[in-house]
Design a protein around this ligand. Structure first.
Ligand code: DON
Length: 562
């Protein structure tokens, strides 16, 4: 009797498992890591093999990038980590964005004539926001990981102490910033050799950074934000003209935010929410172009329509977006299909709309680079992490707090230093992104995850203002059925409202195609260099295939499935 009851229960259990929708979710069975540096990709796999999950591995990769790719992100910076947990489908964005120090104020970078002092906004400690990365790392491991922080940070500590070989990217990005790094002896001592950019292959050791990472590993966030290390950072920052206080560090709070969710032909797109502008802008562009079958269009038609949608989304970015804890953001309006339909109705198929006709005009010039770091990661259970991390310009503010190895960000430049005044990426903003104490500066970082019925994608890239359009193009390419090799390598174009131009990567369009765009009224600029450093992962549930790819534009990138 007993046996048959068990038999019936077993049968019922089997039926439940076999019922559609309740059947056990497939697992990828393989893990994939794609990041901007081979040693960082290795630490991701190392932590997975040590029993960690994707969230532990993401923190290991973030910390390793902080060591081996110091130009791009670090413990003195911040980022957004978009997490998706396979077991219950929980998705969240961990917001480790920097905050303005409490002594910051709206006009702090303006001189007597009301002009922005760009040097103060991007170089040295006054350009630095309060770092969010260490708090975010600790939060992710604590809330979502399986290992402890010390285990997860161990590979980065080892890399800082033993050193890593200087690569071409390190040298190239330092070539843009060595004049600033030379102003600060502590930074020059660590990142230059006798005042010169280190040779290729030089072993770069960061002993102070190793000790700082150890403090974080041993004491959690308090090891960084309070006590001896915090005191040292504040003293050094203030001694060199900065405005950090002990209270600013002690009160830093990581935030969890709902990702921006957009449905896309049977897929769910998860992207970064404010204080990033990326998710809203991408969703707006997708909503605007939604009724058009872009795959049916010529290349010129496609670029024209997408550029018009980009132009409108970047205009709204400038007008409306900022830190949601400070500014009233009309997210519901911006994400509404009705609002998108209104904007769409202003797009002419035969003519570009001059940005000046859309108000909020400004004169712009801007630099671009591909520091900042994105990585995409999936563990063998299908947990996903899409993370974009930054210290802003290459080597951030160029300033290292004495005795700590912490290279400070220059994220304050992501605020609008004055209404309509372009920042280093030519982006403009207004009240919603004005400087206020404790506020997070608006970002373009757009880590993205697309959950589809058959295929799942994880992608993102650095590239300042261009991040949004690159991620958009990657998503469209995925929706066209292509895999990560294609997303990361396809040629790119960009429009950001101001300057009013479509910019193209070199050797993308033919002369005829460029003339066609010009005859629609577009200013077209072919740049002399490519942009972006995209890293993507894809899992095809139907075939079981797991793929990962790193942008061929930088050879230091590394992707591996194991
Ligand atoms: O948060 C942002 O939008 C910028 N600080 C990102 C900077 C960046 O991507 C630099 N690379 N070009």
């Amino acid at each position: 009797m007993r046996r048959s009851l068990i038999g019936i229960a077993g049968l019922l259990f089997g039926l439940v498992l076999a019922a559609p929708g309740i059947a056990e979710e497939p697992r990828p069975g393989k893990a994939a890591v794609a990041s901007a540096h081979g040693l960082a990709t290795d630490t991701g796999h190392e932590i997975l093999q040590a029993g960690g999950n994707a969230f532990d591995a993401a923190v290991a990769v973030s910390a390793a990038l902080a060591v081996v790719e110091p130009a791009s992100s670090g413990i003195g910076g911040g980022g957004f980590w978009l997490l998706h947990r396979a077991s219950d489908g929980h998705s969240i964005m961990v917001d480790g964005r920097e905050t303005a120090p409490s002594e910051a104020y709206r006009d702090m970078y303006l001189d007597e004539d009301g002009e922005v002092n760009r040097d103060l906004a991007i170089n040295g400690p006054l350009a630095a926001g309060i770092p969010g990365a260490p708090a975010a790392w600790a939060h992710i491991v604590e809330e979502y990981g399986q290992l402890d922080l010390a285990t997860v940070l161990a590979p980065a500590i080892r890399l800082a102490r033993e050193g890593f070989p200087v690569d071409e990217k390190y040298r190239r990005l330092m070539g843009w910033r060595d004049d600033v790094v030379k102003r600060y002896p502590e930074a020059a001592e660590i990142f230059l050799v006798d005042g010169e950019i280190p040779e290729l292959g030089h072993t770069l050791v960061q002993e102070d950074l190793a000790r700082t990472l150890e403090k974080l590993a041993e004491n959690g966030p308090d090891g960084f934000y309070k006590g001896e290390l915090a005191r040292k950072m504040v003293e050094s920052v203030r001694g060199a003209g900065g405005i950090w206080s002990a209270e600013d560090l002690a009160s830093y709070q990581v935030a969890e935010r709902e990702p921006v969710r957009t449905s896309l032909r049977g897929h769910e797109l998860l992207t970064a929410s404010p204080p990033s502008s990326g998710g809203i802008a991408i969703a707006q562009i997708l909503n605007m172009v939604e009724p058009w079958d872009l795959s049916e269009k010529t290349r010129v038609e496609r670029i024209h329509l997408l550029s018009e949608a980009m132009r409108r989304a970047y205009r709204d970015r400038a007008l409306y977006l900022g830190d949601p804890d400070f500014a009233e953001i009309p997210s519901e309006m911006l994400l509404s299909p009705h609002y998108a339909a209104g904007l769409r109705s202003t797009i002419r198929t035969d003519r570009a709309t001059p940005s000046a006709m859309l108000a909020a005009d400004a004169e712009l010039e801007f630099a671009e680079s591909d520091n900042t770091s994105h990585f995409s990661l999936m563990d063998d259970d299908g947990n996903l992490v899409s993370a974009t991390l930054t210290i802003n310009l290459p080597y951030g503010s160029g300033f290292v707090a004495e005795g700590t190895g912490v290279l400070l960000n220059n994220e304050m430049d992501d605020f609008a230093a004055a209404p309509g005044e372009p920042n280093a990426y030519g982006l403009i903003g207004f009240a919603a992104n004005a400087i206020e104490p404790g506020k997070r500066m608006l970002s373009s970082m757009s880590p993205a995850i697309v959950l589809g019925p058959e295929r799942t994608a994880v992608l993102g890239t650095p590239g300042g203002s261009r991040i949004i359009t690159m991620v958009l193009l990657g998503i469209l390419d995925f929706m066209d059925g292509n895999g990560p090799e294609s997303w990361v390598s396809s040629p790119r174009f960009h429009h950001q409202y101001q300057p009013d131009e479509i910019s193209l990567e070199p050797d993308f369009l033919t002369e005829e195609e460029i003339s066609e765009l010009q005859s629609l009224g577009h200013e077209v600029t072919t740049r002399d260099r490519t942009w972006g450093n995209m890293h993507g992962v894809m899992w095809n549930r139907e075939t079981g295939q797991v793929e990962a790819a790193s942008d061929p534009r930088w050879e230091e990138g590394s992707s591996r499935v194991e």
